[in-house]
Design a binder for this molecule. Structure first.
Ligand code: LA6
Ligand code: MG
Ligand code: MG
Length: 352
């Protein structure tokens, strides 16, 4: 939201009321009334070690200019992945989860989020994302064109980040796990395009339409890694089952709605029209932002509870599924803890 200057031609102007600022009083902690499971506490030394490795990875690959380092440090990637993967088999695997988290946020920031000032542009998004997808899902053609493609991928920081994170992942993940991840990234990119299209046309979706978009513009690629990071594979034949797909999507959606709740005030400050679940509920119900926010907490809780209820019989049916569902649940809990405690980035509205 642009704020007019306090003084003009020597007069002091009160300016319009700043809604975002008035929502600021309550800062950290969990959203009251939100259903969540406590996370396994993060070992700070482990988080620091992951951050050290990621910093040297980002520097080696020249992923972004030095002046952005503070922004990404504030993001606390090391702490995020330590919280999200308490059963990680080793530090190398955790580091790769961090590489992807960093890469996904670089692409989101540089390609999608126009108001972050890193060159993102809705008009060029589709073309950029299709090339980004090829950094994960290689191009195949004549040797000469393949060589041009290889040079093209290495010429851009966001593309390099995707490409090299994938190389590191493929060193321990099975082809089926990397294929699953490539599919989930294509879903993410489709979601980014829908978000950009609605922002460009100022379309305000129905709640169901918004939640469909957010099922694609979603943390799913992060949860796609839970078995590989923990050092095993949920075989394709089990992963593909509709009931496994459903609990996976429910976990991914719960965790992404959590982002909408915690980033609500940040997004309102940067762009009063930014779509997130409370904003969309408010636009549809016309009962104000507070009622919409509280209703969004309820929507989250129902999705979260459906995940818990429907995953219980799966966990009871097979040790592999029990481990997989525990990995999803750990990721949801760790991600909630990261959002609730990252007060540098998020703060809650003053609604309680
Ligand atoms: C973050 O939401 C989010 F849910 C994404 C799907 C983008 C990043 C992608 C990953 C990690 P938002 P905020 C797969 O873009 O609220 O709203 O932190 O991020 O600015
Ligand atoms: Mg985004
Ligand atoms: Mg958000």
């Amino acid at each position: 939201m642009s704020t007019p200057p306090d003084t003009a031609a020597g007069y002091s102007l009160p300016g319009p009321p700043n809604l975002a600022r008035s929502l600021r009083a309550r800062r950290g902690g969990a959203v009251p009334g939100l259903t969540y499971r406590p996370a396994t506490p993060a070992d700070p030394e482990k988080a620091r070690e992951i951050d050290r490795r990621l910093e040297s990875w980002a520097r080696r690959l020249d992923l972004f200019p030095a002046q952005w380092t503070g922004d990404f440090a504030q993001f606390q990637v090391g702490r995020a992945v330590v919280l999200q993967h308490p059963g990680a088999a080793d530090l190398e695997r955790l580091t790769v989860a961090g590489e992807f988290l960093l890469a996904e946020n670089i692409v989101d920031s540089c390609y999608c989020e126009e108001d972050e000032g890193r060159g993102a542009s809705r008009r060029s998004l589709g073309g950029r994302l299709v090339l980004a997808q090829s950094a994960l899902d290689p191009f195949h053609g004549t040797p000469a064109v393949e060589e041009e493609w290889r040079r093209g991928i290495q010429a851009d920081g966001p593309l390099r980040s995707y490409h090299w994170a994938m190389q590191d992942y493929a060193a321990f993940a099975t082809p089926s796990q990397t294929g699953r991840f490539v599919h989930d990234m294509a879903r993410l990119h489709l979601g980014y395009l829908a978000e950009a299209s609605w922002a460009a046309t100022r379309h305000v979706p129905h709640v169901w339409e918004y939640l469909v978009m957010r099922q694609f513009n979603n943390f799913r690629p992060c949860l796609s890694l839970v078995d590989a990071v923990d050092g095993y594979e949920l075989p394709e034949a089990l992963y593909a089952r509709p009931e496994v797909q459903r609990v996976t999507a429910l976990a991914c959606n719960a965790t992404t709605i959590v982002n909408d709740l915690y980033s609500f005030t940040k997004e309102l400050e940067s762009d009063p029209n930014h779509l997130n679940l409370p904003q969309v509920v408010a636009a549809n119900d016309k009962r104000g932002l507070k009622a919409a926010y509280l209703k969004s907490v309820e929507i989250h809780n129902q999705v979260f509870e459906a995940f818990e209820t429907e995953s219980a019989p799966l966990a009871a049916a097979s040790p592999l599924l029990e481990r997989y569902v525990r990995g999803l649940s750990d990721w949801v809990a760790g991600n909630h803890e990261w959002h609730a405690t990252n007060t540098d980035r998020y703060h809650l509205p003053n609604y309680w």
